[in-house]
Design a protein around this ligand. Structure first.
Ligand code: CS2
Length: 498
């Protein structure tokens, strides 16, 4: 809890900026003199640590690119940041922690109770860009298609003027612009999904086709959905951070956030309306970002999810702790250097060896307490893009997949163990996973096929004999998923040539 005495020293706000200690970096512009051109949907920690920091740099010379941050369901961020004039602190965790106040989010809306204000912003001709960080599940996809049976999508299709989903809002905004003859905005996904722009475009078009075919044709012809790759490790905020920040600021910040100093953003240069001069603030603009995307998702996120499930079964709490376990760190390094590197196609200017070295260093960062339990969330959405995609390519190339199947089997054991222990799973397929876990008996022959029934995750691998065999062996190798049996499985995997 924040020290009660701090409340008397006030809240972070625009007037309080000048009184902050000199060590705190603050906006080099007057936040109230900026204007909004970006609507961002999903004002979570990642957006506030990543995109909002780039835009904060940009506003110094280009004050008309400020952000309106929209949360679809929860009012928590709005309620925390509105009394602070949208300001909040970003802690940059390096050898020395640097605190920086970000001023780029100028308006905060909660769509659940301010739908009209959100729709008005989306229809505003000054808004030229809509960005999103709604996580994998926010796209409401089943495989590559929009899941029209998803409750939010079904709701929005029935009443498109009063949407709930991000897709529903994007299309409602475009519909208003289409009717009024206003140039559409570019829709830029900033989520950790392979080919995020293509997936979003497909989902938006499929949705629009259900409500208005003329609108769907207009969107298809006129609206750009660039792909992007985003990268920065952003552990969830905790009380230690809140106390430290308020102490150093000398005033209260209700919701500071933290990230590593490393950050990367690559955007496909395809916009249908004006765009910010992103390249002025360190963003890489490219015409082909698929290779960057693949490298990030398969190396970094693939390794992260592997650490999350194997490490959790070993009773380890954080990424840095996992990296100090020789068997686990050794396994994950081998996984990247051999199993993943041998099948991945990456940009010619990207040195895979150096890229992996940098990832290992980032994972070892002692200043970061990144919980494995946070990374373990939403496994059903993350595993296909992070690990199963590599397995698919390895099978096509006739390469070994044994090591790649170990983290998948670890996820299955993790799900089974959490449910059987009564621990809440954070996953949109929660209900299905609970039913599966209850059906598990701890035997590979019985358990693995039940998981493989999840075709949304496993298709087209679910009936591939080589995959099933390797997955069963991995499941058996992990034994009863205790720290000792997982260590044995890792030692065995390391003893083999991957
Ligand atoms: C992590 C990512 O929580 C997770 O699943 O793997 O959030 C990861 O930290 C970021 O993608 C790094 O850019």
């Amino acid at each position: 809890m924040v020290d009660a005495a701090l409340h008397h020293r006030g809240r972070l706000s625009e007037p309080s900026l000048t009184a902050l200690p000199a060590s705190i970096i603050r906006p080099a512009y007057a936040p109230s003199r900026t204007s909004i051109s970006i609507v961002h949907i999903g004002v979570g920690a990642f957006h506030r640590a990543h995109q909002a920091a780039y835009i904060d740099d940009l506003l110094t010379d280009h004050p008309d690119w400020a952000i309106c941050g929209v949360s679809l369901h929860s009012a928590d961020v709005r309620n925390a940041l509105q009394p602070q004039d949208g300001l909040y602190t970003l802690a940059l965790l390096g050898q020395q922690t640097q605190l920086r106040v970000i001023g780029s989010i100028r308006e905060l809306l909660c769509a659940r109770d301010e739908a009209d204000a959100v729709l008005t912003r989306l229809a505003d001709p000054a808004v030229r860009l809509v960005t999103l960080t709604i996580t994998e599940k926010g796209y409401c996809l089943s495989g590559h298609d929009l899941d029209i049976a998803h409750p939010d999508i079904a709701h929005d299709l029935a009443s498109p003027e009063a949407p709930r989903s991000a897709i529903g809002y994007i299309v409602a905004g475009l519909r208003a612009r289409h009717r009024r003859g206003i140039t559409p905005y570019t829709v830029l996904s900033c989520d950790n999904l392979a080919e995020n722009g293509h997936r979003l475009r497909r989902a938006v078009l499929q949705y629009a086709q259900h409500i208005d075919i003329g609108l769907a044709d207009w969107i298809e012809a006129k609206v750009a959905f660039p792909c992007s790759m985003v990268d920065s490790i952003t552990p969830a905020s905790d009380d230690a951070l809140r106390e430290r920040v308020s102490g150093e600021l000398g005033c209260q910040d209700a919701w500071p956030i933290q990230r590593e100093t490393y950050t990367q953003w690559v955007i496909e240069d395809r916009f249908c309306n004006d765009r910010p001069p992103f390249e002025h603030v360190g963003v890489t603009m490219s015409h082909d970002i698929a290779g960057y995307d693949r490298a990030k998702l398969r190396f970094l996120n693939g390794a992260h999810s592997s650490l999350a499930y194997l490490g959790s079964l070993m009773g380890i709490e954080t990424v840095a702790e996992a990296m100090s376990e020789p068997l686990l760190a050794g396994f994950v390094e081998r996984l990247m250097r051999e199993a993943i590197a041998s099948v991945i196609a990456i940009p010619s200017n990207l040195d895979a060896h150096a890229y992996i070295n940098a990832i290992l260093d980032r994972f070892r960062n002692p200043a970061i307490r990144h919980l494995l339990s946070q990374i373990a969330w939403d496994g059903s959405q993350k595993l296909p893009v992070r690990l199963l995609s590599t397995i698919t390519d390895a099978l096509v190339a006739g390469k070994p997949i044994d090591a790649l199947c170990l983290p998948i089997a670890a996820w299955m054991h993790f799900v089974r163990r959490q449910v059987q222990r009564g621990v809440v799973l954070v996953d949109p397929l929660n209900d299905t996973l609970i039913a599966i876990a209850h059906a598990c008996v701890g035997d590979a022959q019985a358990d693995v096929p039940v998981f493989l029934e999840l075709h949304g995750i496993f298709a087209p691998l679910h009936d591939d004999e080589r995959f099933i065999r390797a997955l069963r062996s991995a499941y058996v190798a992990l034994g009863d998923a205790t720290p000792a049996s997982v260590s044995r499985a890792l030692a065995l995997a390391l003893a083999k040539t991957v």
